[in-house]
Ligand binder design. Structure first.
Ligand code: GLN
Length: 194
């Protein structure tokens, strides 16, 4: 299995470390030709969504990634990656990749509370460490979206078919379970594709 990690900006290296710890092969996507490599799944990391979107557009990678996701490529977006996937970002004018039926709010916790650590439930698993850094949250989800985590009445993780999104950063913890969950999604998808 090969997972491509978008490496234009932000916390991409940490995702690669998590994948290596799970014995999954990973490579950095830095330019359009990297998208030609065989890829079973893609990770859109945290960082700054507007900057990432601009780079994706400038490097002519945006449409290819969008089409692949629409065609079913498993994708995991963390934080800024969640914003890239959201169909709508309520307090922001640009639109991003927009493949996932969620409405998100950027920098949703305000300046003061922007970054914090807590623990919560993810897909029925308790005591998961959650690291939030100027995080968004999900304001509402479409009918095919499964809510995976809620903290203080706010949705912070969700899944829709081949798309997984978390408002927090599992790659900044030493807990591999959410990456494992994504790898399992990739396996399921590949089984279907055969
Ligand atoms: N606030 C960032 C954005 O709007 C996301 C923060 C993050 O990825 N840690 O894109």
């Amino acid at each position: 299995m090969q997972i491509g990690v978008l490496a234009l900006q932000g916390a991409f290296y940490e995702h690669i470390k998590m994948l290596k710890a799970l014995n999954v092969e990973a490579f950095e996507i830095r330019q359009k030709k990297d998208l030609d490599k065989p890829m079973d799944g893609i990770i859109l990391p945290g960082g700054e969504s507007t900057t990432m979107y601009k780079l994706l557009t400038d490097l002519d990678m945006f449409e290819v990634i969008k089409k692949e996701i629409q065609a079913g490529l498993p994708v995991f977006g963390t934080c800024a990656g969640l914003l890239l996937l959201a169909k709508k970002v309520n307090n922001h004018t640009s639109s991003y990749i927009q493949t996932m039926d969620i409405v998100a709010k950027k920098n949703a916790y305000g300046r003061q509370l922007g970054s914090f650590n807590t623990t919560g439930n993810f897909a029925g698993i308790d005591n998961m460490p959650f690291v939030f850094i100027r995080a968004p949250f999900i304001e509402s989800v479409g009918k095919n979206v499964e809510v995976l985590s809620v903290i203080d009445n706010m949705i912070v993780a969700a899944k829709e078919d081949n798309q997984l999104a978390t408002a927090f950063h599992p790659e900044l913890t030493d807990d591999l379970r959410i990456h494992k969950y994504f790898i399992e999604m990739v396996r399921q998808y590949n089984k279907k594709a055969i």
